[in-house]
Design a protein around this ligand. Structure first.
Ligand SMILES: Nc1ncnc2c1ncn2[C@@H]1O[C@H](COP(=O)(O)OP(=O)(O)OP(=O)(O)O)[C@@H](O)[C@H]1O
Length: 247
């Protein structure tokens, strides 16, 4: 479904590459977790794949479509849930979703029905007509997610979808993603929650300093690492214990 070849990104003025010569293939129907320490290059990679950021070199295709030649087709094919909320605070949840649906050419009763169904699944029906600015972080994350999948993307990219949300919201979000995946959506997401990734992902890739340091099924990676019982131990063995502070 996704084929990445020698993909690199060096930001303007930066000394180093944030993503460097990265090769990766992700199959249709996968839930692929992109893991790595702060500054490893996860957001940079996912931003390039979701066409938010221009690669410095290399290329990739999604469902056979090249990002350089098929920008508009790719826009319909993929959904993007960025780290920051992309919502209008002065509009209601419903108004936001109607707006984002219309951006994909959706309209009419079928859009309204879809919005109502998603709000119901996410436990937000009774807040549909409240303004976003009154919503908690977990509620905003759920609306943000709905706004990205109204056009039924085949591939969904999420950058830390459960950061800053409580356990209840997290459970609803992860169950929702699982359901989308069961219905056929390929999911690629970044996370620092290793336990969650261990349970949820078909495969994970650990990235550090812009390159993939290991890739595989969580259970296999754990079995291959001496004395490891969980993905966290694999992660620390592959990326080390040094802090990644920089300014
Ligand atoms: N706009 C930018 N300009 C210059 N350098 C950047 C920019 N965005 C990110 N970087 C640098 O690129 C590297 C990778 O950053 P990136 O945000 O992709 O990492 P990450 O793995 O997503 O980290 P985190 O877990 O903290 O979100 C870091 O060294 C970061 O400082």
């Amino acid at each position: 479904m996704i084929q990445i070849n020698k993909l690199s990104k060096k930001y303007k003025g930066a000394d180093d590459f944030s993503v460097c010569d990265l090769d990766l293939a992700i199959d249709e129907g996968e839930i692929f977790g992109l893991l790595g320490p702060n500054g490893a290059g996860k957001t940079t990679l996912i931003s390039m794949l979701s066409s938010l950021l221009k690669p410095t070199s290399g290329h990739f295709t999604i469902d056979g479509l090249n990002y350089k030649e098929h920008k508009n087709q790719l826009k319909q094919l993929i959904g993007i849930v960025p780290q920051e909320y992309a919502l209008y605070p002065s509009l209601t949840a419903y108004e936001n979703l109607m707006y984002f649906g219309s951006m994909y050419g959706l309209k009419g009763q079928s859009l309204k029905n879809d919005i109502n169904a998603h709000l119901e699944t996410m436990g937000l029906s009774k807040f549909a007509h409240k303004k976003i600015k009154s919503f908690s972080g977990g509620m905003k994350r759920r609306i943000n997610l709905i706004s990205s999948i109204l056009h039924k993307p085949k591939v969904l990219f999420l950058d830390e979808p459960t950061v800053g949300v409580d356990v209840q919201s997290k459970n609803v979000i992860m169950a929702y993603l699982k359901e989308l995946n069961t219905l056929g959506t390929t999911i690629i997401y970044t996370s620092h929650h290793l336990n969650e990734a261990e349970q949820f992902c078909t495969r994970v890739g650990i990235i550090d300093h812009g390159t993939l340091v290991c890739i595989g099924k969580p259970k296999e990676l754990i079995a291959q690492e001496e004395n490891a019982e969980h993905l966290e131990e694999v992660f620390l063995a592959k990326t080390g214990k040094a802090l990644r502070d920089h300014a």
